[in-house]
Design a protein around this ligand. Sequence first.
Ligand code: CP
Length: 297
Amino acid sequence: MPFLRKSFLDIKNLNVDSIHHLFEIARKVRTMTPLSMHHKSVAFVFAEPSTRTSSSFEMACHKLGLKVLKLDATFSSLQKGETLLDTLLNLEAMEPDAMIVRHGSSESLEDISKTVRVPIINAGEGTKSHPTQALLDAYTIMEERGKIQGEKILIVGDISHSRVARSNFELFKKLGAEIGVCGPKELLSNLDVKQFDSIEEGLSWASVCMVLRMQRERHSEDLTFLNDAYVRNFRIDIGRLSKFSKEGILMHPGPVNRDFEITSEAMEDSRCRILTQVKNGVLVRGALLSQILGVSI
Ligand code: CP
């Protein structure tokens, strides 16, 4: 029971067996009848915007019969200068069974979890990590491609500002995938992975293409000068997808800047799995919650 009553903060402490076990449970969540309401409760603290992560955790709670306490961070005392640690300590005093937290503050969930005893689930932490997104992405690749070991995963775009990319690199490597990246040099970190200068070359190599959002809210300098060149050189469109394997899958963690990093037409391609990722988010997050809270399925 590697997850029971423990915080889930990053990928680094996961072992491969526990990941595959979690995916087995996610498959059970897909077909389960929703459980009737019981006494366990989960507090949500989202101090940054979210559509998919917050809603999929909430849908997962409904499936597991868990009560949800949602703190609207924009109207919370975080706005009056209360720290994230104090916010979570106050919620802990109300005795939830777990807390799901997204934030971009300088406080670290790892440090906070040394003081807060209720399990904390990282729902996206600054530019550092988004481990449940990585899990649902890996689960999607497993389900759609039949395996992840040996898959050639091309990650395209704003890698240096992406917490999703950081968690995905860690998880995909752990699961034996090959990783390649492609994007403007201003948006690539110094990475120990294959780099493609041309998107066509990258797409010809890949079995999975993961497109990232241009994360303008995280750019410390003005990078708008890149926009035209980005669209010209890296945007995923139908023409470029002709270089991509017919059996490949096209992914994006969302939210999408539609027609910037990927065209609407490409999003309608039969290889596109963006909404499948969202659907799988409920299953994987449900599996994780069930393991942390000891809810049997
Ligand atoms: N992928 C993702 O984290 O989406 P949200 O920001 O909408 O939760």
